[in-house]
Design a protein around this ligand. Structure first.
Ligand code: PEP
Length: 248
């Protein structure tokens, strides 16, 4: 079964609601591609206006985070059912910025993956190593451990609907991209790990993205690799270049 390509923009903490709608309109004619799932993961406050602006388009609405409870005394948080009700389809979980800046650990990330599935959202689960871990030569073990912890108790049927984003931290926002071979090595390793934890059919279906300074110039080569099914794009998702990545 051929896996469908998925190109997701991670807008991070960028764009006011007014600017967000402007960006949707700027990109509208550039991101059309019936063979690709296109996703905008926007700041929480932009979800409703961007959702309205995307009506009738091929672009899916995405979020960047949520808290694991449905509702209650959790000041400042939003829940998975709230995202679902607002039309969100995909949600990023375990981005390195949430792990490093906001202290999210694999126990929390695992709870979020389960909650997303229980709420009808498709997680984009991020994993990846620091420069120190890459230099120490233990990056594969590190990523394998992240995957094991983050998917603890998640069923094979759910994993078939999962998107995993391999994002080496040293390549995020640095302009330094992993080479296509470096990215493929880890994406293949992740697929092998899923086969080991589940079965070959599940590994064949799970979609694996590369993320880390992907841009209009390097996307085609990265996306030509057999185990790279798409991209999670930060900086370049805020520019017209995003359309070139969707159509790379
Ligand atoms: C990201 O943060 O998910 C990312 C890939 O960022 P950038 O493309 O800017 O490196």
């Amino acid at each position: 079964m051929a896996r469908r390509r998925i190109i997701a923009g991670n807008w991070k903490m960028n764009k006011t609601p007014t600017e967000a709608v402007e960006l949707v309109n700027t990109l509208a004619g550039l991101v059309k591609n019936d063979d690709v799932d296109v996703v905008y993961c926007v700041p929480a406050i932009d979800i409703v206006p961007v959702g309205a602006a995307l009506m009738g388009s091929n672009v899916n609405l995405g979020a960047q985070n949520f808290y694991i409870e449905d509702k209650g005394a959790f000041t400042g948080e939003i829940s998975a059912p709230m995202l679902k009700d607002a039309g969100v389809k995909y949600v990023i979980i375990g981005h390195s910025e949430r792990r490093d800046i906001f202290g999210e650990n694999d126990v929390m990330i695992n709870a979020k993956v389960k909650k997303a599935f229980a709420s009808g959202l498709s997680p984009i689960l991020c994993c990846g190593e620091s420069l120190a871990l890459r230099k120490a030569g233990v990056y594969k073990e590190w990523i394998a451990r992240q995957i094991k912890w983050d998917l603890d108790g998640v069923s094979a049927d759910e994993v078939k609907k999962l998107v995993i984003a391999y994002e080496p931290i040293w390549a995020i926002g640095t302009g330094e991209t992993a080479t296509a071979d470096q990215a493929e090595e880890v994406c293949k390793m992740i697929r092998d790990q899923i086969a080991e934890m589940y079965d070959a059919a599940t590994a064949e279906e799970v979609r694996i993205q590369y993320g880390g300074s992907m841009n209009a110039g390097n996307a085609a080569e990265l996306l030509s690799k057999p185990d790279i099914d798409g991209g999670l794009i930060g900086g370049a998702s805020l520019k017209e270049d995003f359309g070139k990545i969707v159509n790379a």
